[in-house]
Design a protein around this ligand. Structure first.
Ligand code: GLN
Length: 387
């Protein structure tokens, strides 16, 4: 990615903050410090790519990259009022990335508008011989197709998500307004149903930790990564390195994942989760027989307060209920600003058919150009509240 960006003339400014191993929804699991949301410094920017989202929202850079395993590009984009694109699984090379959950991870972009997302995807997408999971699928000129409009396109609103009890009323209102705007632009809007929606969260929290526990096994202090000092033998070296080197959330996931993969539980948990994953994907396949793009909220709530969920993993996991099924199904999706709830940004999520980022970008662009949400900027204050 870096090579492609540099070759296209991009100037790389630095690295941004993230939850440790991209595990989290608030950037509070960072090994360095928590990132604050530029719209309200007492609130989280989302996560795990919260550093990237905050940097773009605060105008510190033009665009940023992140990875999206269960929502980590779209959810922080939504909470920071910017555009977050997660392409189809396999669209962008993962060469050079640290793997979290290999069957879900995909690189995404965080930008100020849809045109920038199209521009970046054009540069980043495409087969890379150094990543065998990167697909050999033609990359269209996304920027050329942006302005085609939405007239005649069929959009399907996910009923289960709009009726979800965890959906904030302000987010629901913003979404309904956005659908009206899209209808006024000529889109045909109908309901779609994803009957296995409720299983997405438990399925994700079996599959992602299982794959993470396997991927993170390489952090044993011998050939890869951090090594703890003072061990008298190899067993102590493993134990110390992993005991000191990983944070609490990462350890929790390693334990969950190791358990789900262990003999005797594999069929009961991991295999079952894979089977339900297939049903979740089939729900989307059915929806795409009737519509071209599926629509829903990105995050159930606007940015929550720092510290509010960090000690309650289940509450934190709920931040991803509307983003993870997209990763489980391997689909492309984009989050675009669609209003405010309690003065905090809200995002609308468009989900597309595999490899059809072009239609997604086209819908997002049409919506963005009919609204002015993306032009609003946070007033940047210091932590003490001064400009
Ligand atoms: N919040 C989700 C998790 O903790 C997704 C993270 C991500 O997409 N990297 O796993």
């Amino acid at each position: 990615m870096v090579v492609r960006l540099r070759a296209a003339g991009a100037v790389l400014l630095g690295k941004t903050n993230t939850d440790e191993f991209a595990m989290g929804s608030s950037t509070e699991n960072s090994a360095f410090f928590a990132t604050h949301n530029p719209w309200d410094l007492e609130r989280v920017p989302g996560g795990s790519s919260g550093g990237s989202a905050a940097a773009v929202a605060a105008d510190e850079c033009l665009a940023a990259l992140g990875t999206d395993t269960g929502g980590s590009v779209r959810q922080p984009a939504s909470l920071c009022g910017i555009v977050g694109l997660k392409p189809t699984y396999g669209r962008i090379s993962r060469y050079g990335l640290i793997a979290y959950a290999s069957s879900l991870d995909q690189v995404g972009t965080l930008t100020k508008d849809v045109a920038d997302a199209a521009l970046l995807l054009e540069v980043l997408a495409g087969r890379d011989p150094r990543d065998s999971t990167s697909a050999d699928v033609a990359v269209p000129r996304y920027t050329a197709g942006l302005a085609k409009g939405v007239r005649g396109l069929r959009l399907g609103v996910i009923r289960e998500w709009l009726e979800h009890p965890g959906l904030d009323s302000g987010v629901a209102v913003a979404l309904q307004e956005a659908m009206k705007t899209l209808m006024a632009l000529g889109a045909e809007v109908q309901d779609v149903t994803l009957p296995h929606s409720d299983y997405a969260l438990p399925v994700y929290y079996l599959i992602a930790p299982a794959e993470a526990s396997s991927n993170l096994a390489r952090y044993d202090g011998v050939a890869y990564g951090f090594r703890a000092s003072g061990a008298v033998d190899i067993w102590e070296l493993f134990a110390r390195t992993r005991g000191v080197g990983f944070g609490a959330e990462v350890k929790r996931r390693i334990m969950l994942g190791t358990y789900a993969l262990s003999a005797g539980y594999y069929d009961q948990y991991y295999k079952k989760a894979q089977q339900v994953r297939t049903l979740i994907k089939a729900d989307f396949d059915r929806a795409f027989e009737a519509v071209d793009v599926v629509v829903g909220p990105t995050s159930p709530v606007p940015a929550f307060k720092l510290g509010e969920r960090v000690d309650d993993p289940l509450q934190m996991y709920l931040a991803d209920i509307f983003t993870i099924s997209v990763n489980l199904a391997g689909l492309p999706a984009i989050s675009v600003p669609c209003g405010f709830a309690d003065d905090l940004p809200v995002g609308i999520q468009f989900i597309g058919r595999p490899w059809d980022e072009a239609t997604l970008l086209r819908v997002a662009y049409a919506y963005e150009h009919a609204t002015s949400w993306h032009t609003r900027k946070p007033k940047i204050l210091t932590v003490a509240g001064k400009p």
